[in-house]
Design a protein around this ligand. Structure first.
Ligand code: MG
Length: 337
């Protein structure tokens, strides 16, 4: 198989502000894997806080090129992916890019959509939320209009304005809210008080309240919070699952953290065994990553798959949204157009 890659920048429709910083672009790498006249597509979306960038991805993908050359097709997928994972530590998003391209190519070779090959329970697709970054009331109002087709709102908290932000949104919309503090809270007691208040405001869950390594604080809050507490930054890939399972009610699985669909599906299966709740999330990424993540969504309680609606230069056609749920395309592989 031949692997090609191209650096890309996703331009965001609005500057995206989190407790950890603000940005206008997301660094990405577009990946193609070809064999027998067919091409599978993948991508790495690399927000700055995970340490990957165009240089690290190019270095990893150059190594991956030589591995893929040895295989004529994406099968056996398990063996190829473990060889790729062993090439270098980290590089989770770059690894995900290759995993997605291999899955897409595999589906195209079989002439079937991936949801059929992976036996995805499509009827169980959850609603997807639309994320609002930290912003002024005027801009939040504008963004809420853009979120009209979504039936759930995800709100970034973790600043001194948490109550103001929720009050602003509640004055404009009564949709259910998922709240994400992005490691922005510091005090246990304050966090607990806020969780009770958030519940009264129709918030359904709280994601990553404290800095990612403060599992003791997360466990303390999880034992008391009226809202389910989810790990995002605390949980990257399968090997983290056991460690976080005693501190959180659930985990947010993202393809760009867990090296792709193959390991993502393993995370889902293992999390269910550990009785964890599941959310599937995304970075700001194109419909390529979002369609792939949507294959995990029917196994999860919650989905936050709005990434491609937040960028303005998507190389692919947007997925359909029906009654607030992503529709998996009927084309072979990921069904990209
Ligand atoms: Mg998050």
């Amino acid at each position: 198989m031949i692997l090609r890659f191209q650096p890309f920048l996703y331009a965001l429709k609005h500057p995206f502000r989190l407790a950890t910083g603000m940005r206008t672009h997301t660094t990405a790498m577009l990946v193609e894997v070809s064999a027998e006249g067919l091409t599978g597509y993948g991508e790495a979306a690399m927000p700055p806080y995970y340490g990957e960038n165009h240089d690290t991805a190019a270095a990893y993908l150059t190594l991956a090129q030589s591995v893929l050359k040895r295989y004529p097709s994406p099968e056996p997928l398990e063996n190829i992916l473990s060889a790729l994972d062993a090439l270098a530590p980290g590089n989770n998003a770059a690894k995900a890019a290759v995993d997605l391209a291999l899955h897409d190519l595999w589906g195209k070779m079989k002439g079937k959509p991936l949801y059929e090959l992976l036996e995805t329970p499509v009827a169980k697709m959850p609603l997807s939320s639309f994320t609002l970054g930290i912003d002024t009331p005027e801009i939040l109002q504008e963004k809420l209009k853009e979120a009209e087709d979504f039936r759930v709102i995800k709100v970034k908290l973790g600043s001194a304005d948490d109550r103001l932000i929720i009050n602003t949104i509640r004055a404009l919309s009564d949709k259910p809210i998922y709240a994400d503090a992005n490691q922005g809270w510091t005090q246990r007691e304050e966090a607990l008080e806020l969780c009770y208040w958030l519940q009264e405001q129709g918030v359904q869950l709280i994601e990553q309240p404290f800095p990612k390594d403060q599992l003791g604080d997360a466990a303390w809050l999880s034992a008391r919070s009226p809202l389910p507490v989810f790990a995002d930054e605390s949980f990257q890939r399968l090997s983290d699952l056991e460690r976080v399972s005693s501190a959180y009610h659930g985990v947010n699985v993202k393809l760009m953290k867990c090296t792709g669909l193959h390991e993502g599906l393993k995370c889902v299966r293992e999390a269910l065994k550990l009785k964890l709740k599941l959310m599937v999330g995304c970075m700001t990424e194109s419909p390529c990553g979002i369609r792939a993540a949507a294959l995990l969504a029917p196994h999860c309680d919650f989905a936050d798959l709005d990434g491609c609606w937040l960028i303005q230069n998507s190389p692919w056609e947007m997925p359909l949204l029906e009654e607030g749920k992503i529709v998996l395309g009927d084309g072979a592989g990921l069904g990209l157009r």
